[in-house]
Every structure is written in structure tokens, then in C-alpha cells.
Design a binder for this molecule. Sequence first.
Ligand SMILES: CC1=[NH+][C@H]2[C@@H](O1)O[C@H](CO)[C@@H](O)[C@@H]2O
Length: 505
Amino acid sequence: AAATVGSRVVPVPAAVRAGGGTFRITRGTAVEVTRGSADAGRVAGYAAALLRPSTGYPLPVVPVPAGTRSGAAAAAPGAIVLALGDTDRGLGDEGYRLRTTPRAVTISARTAAGLFHGVQTLRQLLPARVESRTAVPGAAWTVPDADIRDVPRYAYRGAMLDVARHFLTVAQVERYIDELALYKVNTLHLHLTDDQGWRIAIGSRPRLALYGGSTGVGGGPGGSYTQDDYRRIVRYAASRFLTVVPEIDGPSHTNAALASYPELNCDGTAPPLYTGTKVGFSSLCVPKAETYAFLDAVIREVAALTPGPYLHIGGDEAHSTSAADYVTYMDKVQPIVTAQGKTVIGWHQLDSAHPVPGALVQYWGTAGNETAVVDAAKHGTRVIMSPANRAYLDMQYTSTTPLGQHWAGYVDVRTSYDWDPATFIAGLPAGAVAGVEAPLWTETIRTDADVDYMAFPRLPGIAELGWSPAAAHDWNAYRVRLAAQGPRWQELGIGFYRSPEVDWA
Ligand SMILES: CC1=[NH+][C@H]2[C@@H](O1)O[C@H](CO)[C@@H](O)[C@@H]2O
């Protein structure tokens, strides 16, 4: 059991023991789910929809009373059982148990999210052909013997899409959400605004999206989300148990807003739209009251559209804002966010100002001396780890791979995997780390194929760092499990970088 599971599943589960025997999905298999939870029912429907095309089996979803079927032995012959219950409090909000016998695979959890994560593991225990959208005749849909008890190391396991440099459509974002769900990522950070584009419609300031969103890097057609588009993304993310974190970057990275509304500029003159890739040249006008009326209007609308607890205020590279003005800006924008009931996240430069109680910073440095981050952490400002020379998916893999940048160095698959979020910053209390996030900046990224090439195979490694126990961290074991993902990505149409570091199947 441990050998099979340990050679296949990413993120590697916390604990694997011998189960009660292998299980085969057959024409008579049903998906049984605890009656009474709409969310659990949706997970069952999702699981059945995943397995029907390749197996060609009906896989009916059968609600059953709580408790009656939690023991696999009690299940009808050939059941995939999704059992919601509170039998194992140690599973927390996202953990699950997965046990096989010849009669059933039972996934039990305290929450629908836990069931969903168990389904992702079940997927990876089945042959890669299970991902096919057309029937695979003659395949044996065998689940290997396993008794898995799995819980995440960190609660915040994120990925970021920069939809500002190059706009990505709702369909492109939903496609990425499905890819993230396979690796138990639970947070999608959308970098909605930057110099080159404003991507979310704001009712009280329509020019932001209409004009500020009308182009992008390289002068393309740009684009933006209506508020219904954004609601659709949020709903789709929630259906895969991801929380959306919207980012309204400032005071810099704001040329699209400055170009849209002259009064946001200190000299009252709107700059032209910007289609290059420089950073740090723009700044909202910190002394002007209009700036905070603007921020209040924007943040109020974005917060109302966002069910999740977080709102990201950016704060990176304010090279055209004085240090004093930067502090003033942060002192004024954070209360606007908390007034909307949201928790502030900022890039770690926020630590040079006054992070409000409960705020988190997202670390994107490369681990020099990070005294400001360590000091703020000692005062309660927790850290989301996104070191640019490990977690930035827009970094080139090597000097010869075609896409991305290399200002933080070349980041190949092993570099991206072989680090520990808890110890990357010297002196940072381990408890200060809230989790990890893999940003994908899109200066050079336009298409689904570009996204896939940069995210795969590195995104699963960041997901494993966020989910699996530190003790399970081992490149030589991981690269074997990663190789087993290759055929799965091929079935899923994910065009990944076939790194020479991995012996792809
Ligand atoms: C937080 C942060 N600010 C910069 C930096 O990361 O590098 C990115 C490219 O790697 C760039 O797109 C972004 O604007």
C-alpha cells in the first residue's frame, strides 16, 4: 500500500498503511454519499462526472443515511462511499480518510472539502487513463490497497494568476482552477490590477475597466471581468473548494487607474495607457483625498463580490512613492479593507509600514536578511511564502527555456521543490508561516499552453510543500511521483515542460 500510494500521489499523503485489499470499479459500482449535505452531494456528483467518461460506467450517485454505510463492509457490493461525519476530529477542516476493501472505497471526512480532497487522491490512485473524456475499453479500474489518513500541513495553499499584464478569460481561469484542484490547492489569488490593465468592472468608476482594461503588455486587446464574470469565477472556485483572493495593487502598479481618472494623479493629468513591462514608475497621489475615495469605492465593491476572508492590497515596488508616503498610504488603505470585514494581505513590503492586527504579508524575496519580516512576524503578522527564486512560476526553468523571466534566477523543477517554507527565512518563527503560494506573472504568458508550460511540473511541488508533512520531503522520492503525473497531464491536455530532471513515464 505505502509503496504504491507513495509512488503515485502528489501531494504525498500524511499517513499510509495497508488497507483491506484492492478495489475494482465495475459497471455495478455506485457512488454512495451521506444524505443531507448538499455540498457532499455535489462532491459525489463531481466524482461520478470525473469517472463516468473513461470507465463508461453509469456510476449512479446514491444518497444514504449518515452512519449506515461508513464502514466499508456495510456498503453495497462495489461502492465508492463518501461519508461525511465527525468520527475523526483530527482530520480538521480539510483532511480525509481513504480506505479500500474488495467491496468498497470509503472516503470519510468532517467536511465536504475533505471529501473533495479524498476524491483527488482517489483519482491519482486510479490509472492515468481515468482522466480520459472518452471510454477506455478493457481497462481495469483498480484502486490499489490503501488505508490513508491525510491532513494538510498549512491552511493557506495558493496559486496566483496575474490577469493584468495579459488578460485571461473566465474560461482560462476556470481551466486553471481545475488543474489546481487536482493538487489540493485551496486559494486562488487574482492579481486584478496593474500598470498595464485594470481587469474588474467597478460600477461607480466605469472607466477603470472600459479604458484602463482596454489593453495589456504588448498592446493587445486587453479585457476585463464584468461583476457577473467575477461572481462566476468565485462560484467555480468554490465548487472546487478554492477561495478567491482579489488583489487591488497600490500605491504603485497603478498606471491603468491613473490613466483612467486624471484626479488620481498629483498633477491632475492622466498618463497614457502603458503596454511595456517596467515596474515601479507609477504612484497614486498619496496626499490627495480623491485617492481614498477611489480606494473606498473600489474596495467596497470588490469586497462585496468576494465571499472569502481576504483582500490583497499589493504594496510592491513603490519606487515612485516616498517612504513616508508609503506608510501614509498603508495606514489609510488597510482600515478601508478591514471596514469591509476583510483580512488584509500585502506583499511583504507592508512590513516597512504598520501592518494592522491580523494582516498577513506575502513574501516574494529570495531570503537575504529579512529582519522586517521576522520582526513583524514576532508581532503577529503571519507570512505566506512565495520566494521568487522558488515559487515564481514565471521564472524560466533554464537559460534556454522559451517563456518567463530570470531576474530571480533560473528555477528548475528541483529548485522549486527543494526548500522548506518553515525555515526559508532565517529566524522566522515556524508558527508565523500561514502557507505557500505560487504566483504566475504574465508579462510573457498569454495562452493556456503558456500557463501549463510554466505551471507544470512546478505547481504540484509547491502544492506538496503546502500540504505534505515536512518529514516526507524528499526530492528522489518526489521525482518518481512527479513522473507518474506525466501521463495524467497528457490525458488532461496539459502541455507540460518535460524537464530532464524527471524520468517521465
Ligand atoms: C510582487 C512582485 N512585484 C513584481 C515582482 O513580484 O516580479 C514580478 C515578475 O516576476 C512582476 O510581474 C511583479 O510586478
